[in-house]
Write a protein that binds this ligand. Structure first.
Ligand code: C2O
Ligand code: CU
Ligand code: CU
Length: 457
């Protein structure tokens, strides 16, 4: 039977509205990929209440037939999922099993610069202890990756990335608890352009429940992803299905926000509830997106993953109240500090007209201060801004206020865009980095040093 005949039969069987699931699956067989691989879980020990110990290592993976050399953590790429709880004390030993220097960055976690240590490189065979408290009210989706300046794009592109989830009390609320959870790591190997989902090409989820909670991680080294859901099965029913955004980079929102599409910066995360309301599959996809001012060199939209509903799906009601992130309100008249992303006459990427120097301080702040930064992109292409150790809230974009209080650590700055952010420099002091999360730009110097001085007591 041809595709077209199946479509018609499916249409008749479903009265033109509901497609019969059997026909749907029959039509799907040629394009239905593997089942979504779950990330392996990093084995942890909890030798006493509140204490978590674990070991992670970077190493080479056996090359696939005809494939390029791949790198991974503890034997896989994406690396194992690090799963911890708010308030736990973590001792994570990290060993460099590569033949070159590397380090480990826990992207988005609010931990002290001295622990994160982005300037520290580990030599082959070296081990370092990452010891920290998982911050209160940080439940959410994070990730980790290699961060040795100059080699970041290559190492992450070879596979040095993994997921991290922090659980908190809100995850036990009924509506969230009822949702079927999946960690969804979007990446690609630098040797092949297509997007992978947990390392697999266009996988599917055969849902047991009718509400999914997708923990989306954009681990791609350069691309901002315009994510959307659609119901592709019948041309007459081709339509967008909503994503119910429940969390941003740094944790849960106040309540779900219904979205037709979501722009996820490289390095950014979002959690979305997906309600499977009909007996027809949905697909998670990207839409066409160009990072350039003139719209050139667009990434063509592609299907990332199929979501197959259970029989007679009955999605749960959406949660009405989630967390309560306070909306930051810097004092009126607070003078923002400028952070300008651009390029110099030689085409080198710069921040405030300078290229990265580890021994120069570019931005200063005082512990306890609520700083306002004005991020400006004067270049002709996207530069996603990312800050280590502290989260921020977007106050406005191009002068228009951002309505939803949400903790962010990575945001895409479009060409000519101007974004005002508020950063509460609470908890700790120290020296760290902020940078463009297009990893090749960071490697080429689009990174600055922030020094937060200790509050006098
Ligand atoms: Cu995800 Cu400084 O990086
Ligand atoms: Cu980071
Ligand atoms: Cu950039």
């Amino acid at each position: 039977m041809t595709r077209r005949q199946l479509l018609i039969r499916g249409g008749l069987a479903g009265g033109g509205v509901l497609l019969a699931p059997v026909a749907v699956l029959a039509r799907d067989t040629e394009e239905l990929g593997p089942s979504l691989p779950a990330l392996p879980l990093l084995p942890v020990r909890r030798p006493e209440p509140g204490l978590v110990t674990a070991e992670l290592s970077a190493g080479e993976l056996p090359a696939r037939a005809g494939g390029a050399r791949r790198l991974g953590y503890s034997g896989s790429t994406p690396g194992p999922l690090i799963h911890v709880r708010e308030g736990e004390h973590v001792r994570l030993g990290f060993t460099n099993g590569l033949r070159e220097a590397t380090n480990l960055h826990l992207h988005g976690l609010r931990i002290a610069p001295a622990v994160d240590a982005p300037f520290t490189h580990l030599e082959p065979g070296e081990r370092r202890m990452y010891e920290f408290d998982v911050p209160a009210a940080s439940a959410g989706t994070y990730w980790y990756h290699a961060h040795p300046h100059g080699m970041v794009a290559r190492q992450v592109g070879a596979g040095l990335l993994g997921g991290l989830v922090v659980d908190g009390p809100l995850d036990e609320e009924r509506e969230l608890e009822a949702a079927e959870q999946h960690v969804v790591v979007l990446s690609s190997l630098s040797t092949r352009p297509e997007l992978l989902v947990n390392g697999a090409r266009r996988p599917h989820i055969r849902a047991r429940g009718a509400t999914l909670r997708l923990r989306l991680i954009n681990a791609h080294g350069s691309r901002s992803l315009r994510l959307a859901l659609d119901e592709p099965r019948a041309p007459w029913a081709d339509r967008r299905a909503p994503l119910h955004l429940i969390a941003s980079d740094g944790g849960l929102l106040r309540s779900p926000v219904e979205m037709e599409e979501l722009l996820l910066a490289p390095g950014g995360r979002a959690e979305a509830l997906v309600r499977l309301e009909r007996e027809a599959p949905l697909q998670l996809r990207t839409l066409d997106y160009s990072p350039y001012r003139d719209g050139s060199a667009a990434d063509a939209g592609e299907v990332l993953m199929h979501l197959l509903p259970p029989p007679r799906p009955q999605p749960a009601a959406l949660p009405t109240r989630l967390a309560s992130p306070t909306a930051l309100a810097p004092p009126r008249g607070a003078r923002p500090q400028l952070v300008e992303f651009g390029a110099d006459a030689d085409g080198m990427f710069t921040i405030n007209e300078r290229s990265f120097a580890a021994d120069r301080v570019d931005m200063r702040a005082r512990q306890g201060e609520l700083a306002v930064w004005e991020l400006v992109n004067t270049d002709a292409q996207d530069h996603p801004f990312h800050l280590h150790s502290w989260s921020f809230q977007v106050l406005s974009r191009n002068g228009r206020p951002d309505r939803i209080p949400a903790w962010r650590d990575t945001v895409t700055l479009r060409p000519d865009e101007r974004m005002r952010i508020a950063i509460p420099f609470s908890d700790f002091a120290g020296r760290t980095v902020f940078h463009c999360h297009v990893l090749s730009h960071e490697d080429m110097g689009m990174m600055g040093v922030l020094d937060v001085s200790r509050a006098r007591s």
